[in-house]
Design a protein. Structure first.
Length: 317
């Protein structure tokens, strides 16, 4: 039996698991780890806000995945010729209306979960939540989907790195502020939180770099101008190297600034990173870049966990 577009039928639960794209969830969880590790170091750790921030980040990631699946199929960006993981809307595994409803439901749940964080963090969290959800939809949807105009990498760097790490730190620090914040209370967003966000931002961006390199030819044919389409393979590889350099320079900077030797723990992932770099420098085909995509996600998770652990450990010693 096959679907209307010639794809084999899958159990509905399996199809929804594909739509949620669990392999992308490290990009949502990693910055929460880092923000929490820094909160422990700065003695502002608060468990419940950290856990709710993690849940909210995962929901926004899943909602964004549903949005991309739905809007990319509707706009014609996803075709039968694209490489990579199955898209459930384009392949006919799930009805478009159902994917759209799942997107709305997931973002609505994120708002409900985020209401707790709003009670703690006040107006700044309202702004972050609204902009994050709107960007998740507008990445592939709306009249000017910025993922199709070379802005996707910037979006990921900002929202899956800087905003996610600093937001996680902020809600924990703000939980010690008695009043409902109308703006950022003093000492709830130090410069070090922004610096700490850069490795996660860079490696999350690298996930998109690999994805866009793999899809460059089919995206260009479909009229989607990702940054890889605009700048080509050579400069995409340079972007990948720069982002990787950022990820491994920042822990060294924190060590130099006096955060202790444990903060160098992310350097333990370098032996895993080197083969990925070699693949990116040599290959453009899906057979190589699909595994590399999953490997970069694992690298992001491992690097962020070790960075968070390295930041937190001095508080227990």
């Amino acid at each position: 039996m096959s679907s209307g577009q010639g794809q084999p039928q899958l159990p509905r639960r399996s199809a929804w698991l594909i739509a949620a794209r669990p392999h992308t969830l490290p990009a949502a969880a990693a910055p929460v780890f880092v923000g929490t590790g820094l909160a422990v170091y700065m003695n502002v750790f608060a468990m419940l806000p950290a856990l709710v921030a993690l849940l909210g980040a995962l929901l926004i990631q899943i909602g964004t995945n549903f949005a991309n699946d739905y809007y990319d199929a509707r706009s014609g960006v996803d075709t039968e010729n694209r490489q990579g993981f199955t898209r459930v809307t384009q392949s006919g595994l799930i009805k478009p209306a159902d994917v759209r409803s799942a997107m709305v439901a997931t973002f609505t749940l994120a708002v409900l979960v985020g209401s707790y964080l709003v009670a703690i963090g006040g107006v700044p969290i309202i702004v972050i939540g609204v902009v994050s959800i709107a960007s998740g939809v507008l990445y592939a949807g709306g009249p000017y989907p910025f993922g199709s105009y070379g802005l996707g990498d910037l979006f990921v760097f900002i929202f899956f790195g800087i905003v996610a790490v600093t937001g996680t730190y902020y809600v924990q620090a703000a939980s010690f502020v008695p009043a409902f914040p109308l703006w950022l209370p003093s000492d709830t967003l130090p410069v070090t939180a922004i610096l700490a966000s850069l490795p996660a931002a860079a490696l999350a961006t690298n996930i998109l770099v690999v994805n866009n390199m793999r899809d460059r030819e089919t995206d260009r044919a479909a009229g989607k101008y990702s940054l890889a389409v605009l700048i080509g393979y050579r400069w995409s590889r340079i972007e990948f190297l720069v982002m990787t350099g950022i990820a491994y320079t920042i822990p060294v900077l924190f060590w130099y600034l006096g955060y202790g030797p444990f903060v160098l723990a992310p350097l333990l992932t370098l032996p895993y990173a080197f083969p990925i770099i070699r693949t990116i420098l040599q290959r453009t085909d899906g057979a190589a870049l699909d595994p590399a995509l999953a490997q970069v996600a694992k690298l992001l998770a491992a690097h962020s966990f070790l960075f968070a652990l390295g930041l937190a450990l001095p508080a227990f010693l």
